[in-house]
Design a protein around this ligand. Sequence first.
Ligand code: TYD
Ligand code: MG
Length: 455
Amino acid sequence: MAKLKKAFFCQNCGHQASKWLGQCPSCKEWNTFVEEIIQKASDTSTPSRPSSKRAEKAIPIVDIEGQKEVRYQCPDKELNRVLGGGLVPGSLVLFGGEPGIGKSTLLLQMALQWTGIKVLYISGEESKHQIKMRAERIGIDNDQSLLLSETSMQNVMQQLPEINPDIVVIDSIQTMHSSLIESSAGSISQIRECAAEFMRFAKETNTPVFLIGHINKEGSIAGPKVLEHMVDVVLQFEGDRNYMYRILRSSKNRFGATNEIGIYEMQGKGLVQVENPSEILISDREEQLSGSCVAATLEGMRPMLIEVQALVSSAAYGTPQRSATGFDLRRLNMLLAVLEKRSGFRLAAKDVFLNIAGGIKVEDPAIDLAVIAAVLSSNEDVPLKPKYCFAAEVGLSGEIRAVQKIDQRIQEAEKLGFEKIFISKYNLKGLSSDHKRIELVPVGKIEEVYAHLFG
Ligand code: TYD
Ligand code: MG
């Protein structure tokens, strides 16, 4: 038997070293090195692959003939949108997300919904019966969708030419195991080897392959960042498991932009596409309560109206509490400091709680003004008019700053029947269309907003 070759791998970024290291020289994480037994293909009886191509010559780019782009259109519109307009043949797509978020459901659903396309779903994670149960919940019959319950890379590769699928889904890459590598499934060297094998298959046969990958607690695809470099597209499925909304984003796309998102709702019959998220997210606002207001935000390229809720109460202890759900706590502290310093509102002795309704996380700075309005409304205990909406960033000196894509935000508010939208006065000159059905309230300072709302 060939001598076993060992190496140490950083479980965070996949860096390889010949000896154990306390700190990874690549990603600077501590205590992440684990010894794995690797056995290169060249050490075994399998001959190494000959290079299949002749040496290429350099040619001028203008002389290369352009190809007409062909893309598969998935039955799922949101998925097409996030992929940049469809699935490119031969692409390797990494589909990441926390356990239980709905990765298997989404891709199984895609397989079942796709008529006329042979999708092979390879599962190393669940038994045939478990998958059948899920398929029954989704409730679609499709005799073209095939299931293979297998974890051995070599067995999969042997079967693939025979099955000849149009699209392959691997659930998950962490359960695949290649016999060329000694270490256990899910280790860095296994993941890397198996992913490389699927990449070769995808490129040689021009078949798109989805690799499902689990995410570790830091939010990166468990273990290897190396995977993210290898694949063509990285999709992330995220959301709060206690809520039903799920957001699909792409963080890398060799065939399109990465700023599109897909929104789904987890229901009893699988994932349902949400075409008008704003309508759902602000639909429960019937009564006028203080501390709640609506912000016009952008998720990817899509304008979306969300509800911001604040609760300001007298601090029971010396140090006031600050808590934020779905919003950056540091940014909330910053906005409170701005309110305190620039506009003379005494919030230092108050507890402030902030919540974005629907379990959505927002990073868009354009919701600053809505946060300020919600805090002020709760502090004054005066409800805001339900048909008011906000879209502006707040700077350190209390100035209301312009935000990008203001036209789309205004249009969305207009579409949902809002009467007034508060924007930065600096956004006025950038407006490309006139908005007749909504009143624009241009503001420059927090004081002006205060005067307008409570004056
Ligand atoms: P799953 O696809 O197994 O997650 P992942 O593959 O990312 O680990 O999704 C599991 C969750 O989805 C589980 O908690 C049950 C829920 N679910 C529904 O609410 N409705 C459904 O129709 C299905 C199939 C699952
Ligand atoms: Mg799963």
